[in-house]
Ligand binder design. Structure first.
Ligand SMILES: Nc1ncnc2c1ncn2[C@@H]1O[C@H](COP(=O)(O)OP(=O)(O)OP(=O)(O)O)[C@@H](O)[C@H]1O
Length: 361
């Protein structure tokens, strides 16, 4: 699938002017509140008629204001998942799922299995948790046999435990579902977990558009992600589970030992490592409590306006980010091309930051 979006629209005091192309997979529209994310997704869905623009999904023109084409909403064949599930309260989960069902029963079985809905089918929405209701809403959208799923902050209304509960299902949807997704969020953790392609929006414009792993590892973009949320993604593979509860992973640049990762040996993972959790050393450190030491080469340094510096480290074919003080960077004489060791505490990596791997490269 490919998605091509070119939109112009004005509200009083706000102008949207965005152009981006995205390949198959999960495209995340990320930006702060009011940056225009929902306006873009509504225009793609056909719920908002932009002043001018063109939207093409898989060579199918959904909108072309010059050519006076605007495919009506039902004929766009897009599945829409809102913040709140918007299920029919008087229907069971099964009836909600089959309401707009265009697939065969096999499709229903697959979606029920993919989203873990088997034991919920006879319940009504009032008897579901927020996370369960959202899974049903996603299932219903999938069963309408869409050419693309549009998800507008689908986790925003859920508390942290419900988010953690639904994320593994979204991982599976992204890696096995086969349906391309346009996903709106302002949560960096969701970008890190789900995105294959990232479109950064700011004040109604595209700041950057590109592969998620590349943009997440760009030191210049750290302020846009938020200094406490910024972090690069590494692909890793489970090597072994040790009796002391640690899981050993093979990662670019070395081994990682993380607290109990519940995946089988050999499984590929995608691990987000927050820039603020990485310590740098010019020599291989010894006698530390931190178990994880990855060897790399400094590929970029970026000074912000404040006392911080973001260092990008090439490890294997991937990148890590470390946010340290300018004082430390100067004292260590850090410069591109130098060998450097990244030190990471095992307990710094949260379970929510470990996902089934969608390939990064
Ligand atoms: N129907 C409307 N009429 C007037 N202004 C609107 C309308 N819809 C959106 N806007 C304005 O357009 C801008 C972009 O809104 P939009 O909802 O696309 O942002 P967003 O990035 O999705 O924000 P959030 O994360 O808060 O949902 C905002 O300034 C908003 O107030």
């Amino acid at each position: 699938m490919s998605l091509s979006v070119d939109l112009n629209h004005s509200f009083p005091g706000f102008t949207l002017d965005v152009t981006f192309e995205a390949p198959s997979g999960v495209t995340v529209l990320f930006g702060h509140s009011g940056s225009g994310k929902s306006t873009v997704i509504k225009a793609v869905a056909g719920l908002l008629k932009p002043n001018a623009g063109k939207v093409v999904v898989n060579d199918r023109v959904l909108l072309d204001t010059h050519g006076r084409i605007s495919v009506p909403v039902p004929r766009r064949r897009l599945g829409y998942v809102f913040q709140d599930g918007r299920l029919f309260p008087h229907l069971t989960v099964r009836a909600n799922l089959t309401y707009a069902h265009r697939s065969d029963t096999k499709g229903l079985d697959r979606v029920v299995d993919l989203l873990g809905l088997g034991n919920l089918l006879e319940r009504r929405p009032g008897a579901l948790s927020g996370g369960e209701a959202q899974r049903v809403a996603i299932g219903r959208a999938l069963l309408s046999d869409p050419v693309m799923l549009l998800m507008d902050e689908p986790l925003a209304a859920l508390d942290a435990p419900r988010k953690a509960e639904i994320l593994p299902f979204l991982d599976r949807l992204c890696s096995e579902g086969g349906v391309p997704i346009l996903y709106v969020t302002h949560a960096v953790a969701e970008v890190a977990r789900l995105a294959s392609h990232l479109v950064l929006l700011e004040n109604g414009q595209v700041l950057r558009s590109g592969p998620a792993a590349k943009l997440m590892a760009d030191p210049v973009l750290v302020p846009h992600m938020g200094v406490r949320d910024a972090g690069a993604l590494l692909t890793a593979r489970v090597v072994a589970h040790h009796p002391d509860g640690l899981t050993e992973l093979e990662a670019p640049g070395g081994r990682l030992f993380l607290p109990g990762v519940h995946r089988a040996a050999g499984d590929p993972l995608r691990v987000r490592i927050l820039a603020q959790d990485v310590i740098l050393s010019r020599t291989r450190p010894e006698g530390l409590s931190a178990l994880n030491i990855l060897e790399g080469t400094i590929s970029a340094l970026h000074r912000g306006g404040g006392p911080g510096v973001v260092v990008q480290l090439a490890v294997g074919g991937e990148h890590l980010l470390a946010r340290i003080t300018r004082r430390s960077a100067e004292a260590m004489g850090l410069a591109p091309g130098q060998t450097c060791f990244a030190v990471l505490k095992s307990v710094a990596v949260a379970q929510v930051d470990i996902a089934e791997a969608a390939p990064l490269r």
